[in-house]
Design a protein around this ligand. Structure first.
Ligand code: 3PG
Length: 306
């Protein structure tokens, strides 16, 4: 069996070594394609692979067409909007993610960026504290719950909106459930996004929601750039000199936004929510173990396609 690890944004060395160890124990061969953004290189590398591990790397129908022997693809991470699930299903290829494995890294970054922005990006001058402010969490999943915990230890009031999680569960965990998205935005000084990018959520963070946030509001996006309506974001930043946006996934219009709105915008140079040694190790090893468990035992837990 041959497993290709194709990560344009490389895993930490410890993660690559750990993946190799798991695979070699099974006498599987591992191939590594790192820091490569040319799709042709991926097409060539995937031709004889039985399994594929990726991060945010796009597994398009072209990739699938080149992957003549592929049986399983695992997205080492949570969001699988980079996988063409239809193309996988059409060929009987199992697609999986590794939910929860990199959540802590993303949650820490969300809070870290909030502090950074509250302190004027560490420039001189008087900033503000998170204590006593209200944080609205949009989607109370693996990351949202960890963000809630960290925020509570900062002394923030935490609200959450998630139609798929019961109000009781949120209350048990010390979080105030809100039944309506408008209410979440209206009541929160900070809103932290933890929704996936799909047909329902794309461009769903729009002017109507953002304009309801109170004075000094800050939107925190460690989810996906596609969920933001960028024109609406620019509009609110234009209209309100108090409004701030922080993200680890730069909007397409980041250069224009930065030029116009200066330090009210912060975007990391590269998507980096999950970019810690620990998250790489957790997600990478989980991906390798899931592949072994599927190829040996047919275990399809964490499958995301039909
Ligand atoms: C995820 O969906 O798991 C995160 O966004 C991490 O993505 P990355 O592997 O590209 O850093």
């Amino acid at each position: 069996m041959k497993v290709l690890v194709a990560t344009e944004k490389p895993f930490a060395k410890a993660a690559v070594d750990g993946i190799r160890k798991i695979l070699e124990k099974e006498n599987y061969e591992m191939a590594l394609l790192e820091k490569e953004s040319d799709p042709q290189k991926l097409y060539d590398a995937v031709t004889d692979a039985d399994a594929l591990i990726v991060r945010s790397d796009k597994v398009t129908k072209e990739v699938i067409a080149h992957a003549k022997q592929l049986k399983i693809v695992v997205r080492a991470g949570a969001g699988f909007d980079n996988l063409d699930l239809e193309a996988c299903s059409a060929r009987g290829i199992v697609a999986m993610n590794t939910p929860g494995q990199n959540s802590n890294a993303v949650a820490e970054l969300s809070l870290g960026m909030m502090v950074y922005m509250a302190r004027n990006q560490f420039t001189p001058g008087t900033g503000t504290e998170l204590k006593g402010k209200t944080l609205g969490i949009q989607a109370y999943g693996n990351v949202g719950r960890l963000v809630a915990n960290l925020a509570k230890s900062f002394g923030m009031n935490v609200l959450a909106f998630d139609p798929f999680v019961s109000a009781e569960k949120m209350k048990e965990e010390g979080v105030t459930p809100v039944g309506d998205l408008n209410e979440l935005y209206k009541s929160s000084n900070y809103v932290s996004l933890h929704i996936p990018a799909n047909e329902q959520t794309k461009k769903s963070i729009n002017y109507k929601l953002l304009s309801q946030m109170p004075q000094g509001a800050c939107l925190v996006n460690t989810a996906r750039k596609e969920v933001i309506d960028e024109e609406d974001l620019a509009k609110i930043l234009e209209e309100r000199s108090d409004f701030k946006y922080i993200t680890d996934i730069a909007p397409d219009s980041v250069a224009v936004l930065k030029e116009k709105f200066g330090n009210r915008i912060f975007a990391t140079a590269k998507k980096m929510g999950a970019q810690t040694a620990e998250a790489n190790l957790n997600a990478g090893l989980a991906a390798a173990n899931q592949i072994v468990d599927f190829l040996k035992n047919g275990n399809e837990r964490f499958r995301v396609n039909k």
